[in-house]
Design a protein around this ligand. Sequence first.
Ligand code: MG
Length: 164
Amino acid sequence: MKIGIGYDIHRLVEGRKLILGGVELESELGLLGHSDGDVLTHAVCDALLGAAGLGDIGRHFPDTDDRYRGISSLKLLAEVADRIGRKGYRAENIDAVVVLERPKLAGRAEEMAGNLACPLGIDPARVNVKATTSEGLDATGRGEAVAAWAVTVLREEKDDRDGD
Ligand code: MG
């Protein structure tokens, strides 16, 4: 078994959508980023890559590459799933926490978990998404940014898909 951790933070700005775990939320501000700015999915990608010993999201999908401009981060997650799969790993579970002042995520957390589980080919029950505020402290607390943490456990599969 391998354990990985992921962390990301993106700035909240006007004129962008707020997308977390592939779910578009109602908000006057959205997350700035080269992709869709989905900070939760980025943290999950980094946890998975970290556990597999594959570096980080910036190495796999550089923000200097126009192919990733505005891309849905769930597509990046699908690519990550493929890369960890080729190394012989499968996600056992993922736990994530999103740090933001508003909006409340509770009603959409299951939908996010489903979106994150789908490209990984795992049961949504193995993905847990929760949210917290920073009580008005720091950039997330002032509503200037959204941050996310994710932890994952990968299991080594016996039948390595491409045989290396
Ligand atoms: Mg990011």
